[in-house]
Design a binder for this molecule. Structure first.
Ligand code: NAD
Ligand code: UDP
Length: 329
């Protein structure tokens, strides 16, 4: 019988890539989303398929479904998006985890949860292994996301220990690629959009802070391996260990776009982590996985996608947001 797979946040950047891959391998995919940071157009081509359906629902509201597997991705991921309504972000993380865990428990099925490197906060251990407990400011501007994700992980592990739910917790590091929201304010989308338009490239702080960027196809490979594995409770770091400063990234984007944009230094946002690099020893051992797409190649593909989109169809900061809960259809 065809496997029925629920993807919450399925219309978003990572979710839309995941839905495509699941549909391609013959699963019946139910994409649940409130379209807060995404557009239905991103998954429009999938809607024509018999093994894909879309459910407009806000995961902070309870929902019951008979499914065989769940990927819980629903949550705004870009700082500008998750800080837009921080209380809602916390609710999405906690209630979203609770409602999807409830379904996983009732159906006795596996649940994959998209956690984040942000659980490490501004790390004092480098690179970050899963055993590192992090350095998060619990009352700062990023806390709604960082602490929300930490609370969701806690709930995942408590359902696992208390009710035997088969959880798969991935700690995802910065990921980029086609279908990113061009106005999400994240560094890759900002730099590419600015470079292509000939606008100033906005460097926050001195640009010496580092991030490790994973191309989306590599990441989705890891999601599937983690879900398919007999045992992969996690948490497992998923990311590309290649580490770059924001100045290095800006210069690479300028080179690849052939742009003459100038660098414009802007103040560093509060609690902006100074460095971030995944230790992926566990992913290599458990999943036999490591990323294969170098930053230069991934950026070339991403730039090509940005060159092909009509920016007037996307608007900052959150085109479909209606300022509150969006009820299911
Ligand atoms: P995204 O913003 O593109 O996608 C998130 C999706 O969730 C959107 O379609 C949005 O509309 C939906 N959503 C938000 N709140 C919802 C709610 N209350 N109910 C239903 N749907 C809701 O972000 P993304 O980059 O695709 O991230 C997906 C997941 O991966 C998130 O949980 C994020 O925290 C995690 N993650 C992403 C990255 C990254 O670099 N992209 C890094 C770490 C973790
Ligand atoms: N950043 C930047 N210019 C921008 C957007 C972001 O220099 O236009 C910096 C930001 O301050 C951070 C890094 O790039 O140090 C990554 O930011 P992003 O929002 O992409 O992800 P996160 O901070 O959540 O890792």
């Amino acid at each position: 019988m065809t496997q029925r797979t629920l993807v919450t946040g399925g219309a978003g950047f990572l979710g839309s890539h995941l839905c495509q891959r699941l549909v391609d391998r013959g699963e019946h995919v139910i994409c649940l989303d409130n379209l807060f940071t995404s557009r239905k157009e991103t998954i429009e081509h999938l809607l024509e398929l018999p093994n894909f359906e879309f459910v407009l629902h806000d995961i902070t509201n309870p929902i019951e479904m008979e499914v065989d597997a769940i990927y819980n991705l629903a949550c705004p991921a870009a700082p500008g998006h998750y800080q837009h309504n921080p209380i809602k972000t916390m609710k999405t993380n906690f209630l979203g985890a609770m409602h999807t865990l409830g379904m996983a428990r009732a159906n006795k099925i596996k649940i994959f949860h998209a956690s984040t490197s942000e659980v490490y906060g501004d790390p004092s251990v480098h690179p970050q292994p899963e055993s590192y407990r992090g350095n998060v400011n619990p009352i700062g501007l990023r806390a709604c996301y960082d602490e929300g994700k930490r609370a969701a992980e806690t709930l995942m592990f408590d359902y696992h220990r208390s009710h035997g739910v088969d959880i798969r917790v991935a700690r995802i590091f910065n990921t980029y690629g086609p279908s990113m929201h061009p106005y999400d304010g994240r560094v890759v989308s900002n730099f590419i959009r600015q470079a292509l338009a000939g606008d100033d490239i906005t460097i926050f702080g001195d640009g010496q802070q580092s991030r490790s960027f994973c191309y989306v196809d590599d990441l989705i490979d890891a999601f599937l391996l983690m879900m398919d594995a007999d045992e992969a409770t996690g948490p497992i770091n998923l990311g590309n260990p290649g580490e770059f400063t924001m100045l290095e990234l800006a210069n690479l984007v300028l080179e690849l776009t052939g742009s003459n944009s100038e660098l414009l230094m802007k103040p560093l946002p509060a609690d902006d982590p100074t460095q971030r690099q995944p230790d992926i020893t566990r992913a290599k051992k458990t999943l036999d996985w490591e990323p294969t797409v170098p930053l230069r190649e991934g950026l070339q593909k991403t730039i090509a996608w940005f060159e092909g989109i009509d920016l007037s169809q996307w608007s900052p900061p959150t085109p479909n947001w209606e300022g509150g809960l969006i009820e299911s259809s």
